[in-house]
Design a protein around this ligand. Structure first.
Ligand code: TYD
Length: 140
């Protein structure tokens, strides 16, 4: 899995004089069924979140409020940083991508739509192990 598989997905927007509605339909607008929704908020200044990869989990990350940066690293030489600051778009992250979230504004709400229930065994929290597992996948 390369960072090129990760992409910004525009959220369908319904606008009328009362404002905007954002709509995300699982398996139509995003390529997975949603089994979990979680969000981080009240993130202290200077804090980094993430710092791991997932073996199987797919995610869509949306800045519901405020802003933050997400650095993606595929362990194969590809890395890219996205700034998320619009509730009208989400960043799709495929499995086996290392990510680090930084530069949270005080009002940042980072919402994550996730393809699986929480499972600690799906995490790779050690970067060296991530690189080793990517090498096995690439040479398999
Ligand atoms: P973690 O995924 O490491 O946070 P982040 O990637 O945002 O930095 O999760 C932090 C802690 O919360 C960790 O102990 C696992 C726990 N957790 C759950 O119990 N359920 C969940 O759905 C999530 C996302 C985390």
């Amino acid at each position: 899995m390369r960072v090129s598989k990760c992409k910004i997905i525009p959220v369908q927007k319904i606008t009328d004089p009362r404002g905007d509605i954002g709509v995300i339909e699982a398996e139509r607008h995003i390529p997975f069924a949603i089994n979990r929704i979680y969000y981080s908020y009240n993130t202290p200044h200077g804090i980094a979140r993430g710092g791991h990869a997932h073996k199987k989990l797919q995610q869509l990350i949306i800045a519901m409020s405020g802003r933050f940066d997400i650095m993606l690293d595929d362990g194969c030489g590809g890395s890219v940083t996205y700034e998320l600051s619009q509730p009208g778009e989400g960043l799709y992250i495929c499995p086996m991508i290392w990510r680090e979230l930084t530069n949270f504004s005080p009002d940042a709400v980072c919402m994550v739509l996730a393809s699986e229930h929480y499972d600690e065994s799906d995490y790779i929290r050690d970067y060296e192990r991530f690189i080793a597992e990517k090498k096995i996948l690439v040479t398999a």
